[in-house]
Unconditional design. Structure first.
Length: 265
């Protein structure tokens, strides 16, 4: 999953965890599990601080202050989360009656998502920024115009992919990206003879695409699969099985985030 989706999903999971904790404590009281609630909110604060500073670091292509200690602190809380998930998994296996407690299932799902998103954030930090004592630089190779001439441009997306790298591009508030020479959408099927590469813009685009290239879990496909599975389970079991509701809600939320974060032409 790319960083943009990881960041948005992390914020969503943090909000959902806070809401779930408030609802649970409203029903059962805050004092019976005072230490557990305090640790939960400390973990969420550290998680939010880490992804927020990491987002600034990725944008600036440089490691910001406090990123390293926050990551180390998050290691500890993610380890505690893993222990909690393993323990709860064993309890769910040995005590199926726990599935009737909706709050437990939601907390279980959110903990798993938190672990996944944190690990993915650690991976992306290392991939994009490199080691803490030696920030990785993204090398850029000048555009090979001859290679662009051999490609086909049968669809509007193919044409716009070339146009957005051209010095002649323009933008219209109604139609989006257009050619600045004729103020229209491109219609060429082969290489555009008026193309003049904008190296600075091309470098920016290549670096962004290298960071934000989505995989299965960063695309709408993964979200759609989870939504369909959740809907199918909910349709068969109804509210008697909370898993269907949880997966459907998380899948739809994930789908909305992915679709709204996709780049428009």
């Amino acid at each position: 999953m790319n960083w943009k989706n990881t960041y948005l999903l992390s914020i969503t999971v943090i909000i959902l965890t806070v809401v779930a904790s408030i609802i649970t404590n409203y029903q059962y009281g805050f004092t019976p599990n005072l230490i557990g609630n305090a640790l939960t909110f400390i973990k969420l604060f550290i998680f939010f601080s880490f992804i927020n500073i990491l987002n600034k670091s990725i944008t600036a292509k440089a490691i910001k202050k406090y990123l390293r200690p926050l990551e180390y602190a998050l290691y500890i809380f993610i380890t505690l989360n893993i222990i909690a998930v393993v323990t709860l998994t064993f309890q769910l296996i040995t005590r199926p009656d726990l599935f009737a407690h909706f709050q437990i299932i939601i907390s279980y799902a959110l903990q798993i998502f938190t672990i996944y998103l944190a690990i993915n954030a650690f991976y992306l930090r290392k991939k994009i920024l490199g080691k803490y004592n030696a920030v990785q630089k993204i090398n850029y190779t000048p555009t090979d115009v001859n290679a662009l001439k051999t490609k086909t441009y049968n669809t509007i997306d193919d044409r716009l992919s070339l146009c957005k790298r051209c010095v002649n591009k323009a933008f219209d508030s109604k139609t989006g990206l257009i050619c600045g020479l004729d103020n229209a959408k491109p219609s060429f099927d082969t290489y555009c003879t008026d193309f003049i590469v904008n190296e600075a813009e091309t470098e920016r685009i290549d670096k962004t695409e290298a960071i934000e290239k989505p995989g299965f879990f960063g695309s709408w496909k993964g979200a759609l699969v989870m939504s369909i599975l959740g809907f199918a389970r909910f349709a068969m079991r109804g509210l008697d099985d909370p898993f269907g509701v949880v997966f459907l809600a998380l899948g739809l939320g994930w789908l909305v985030i992915v679709l709204t974060s996709r780049k428009s032409n």
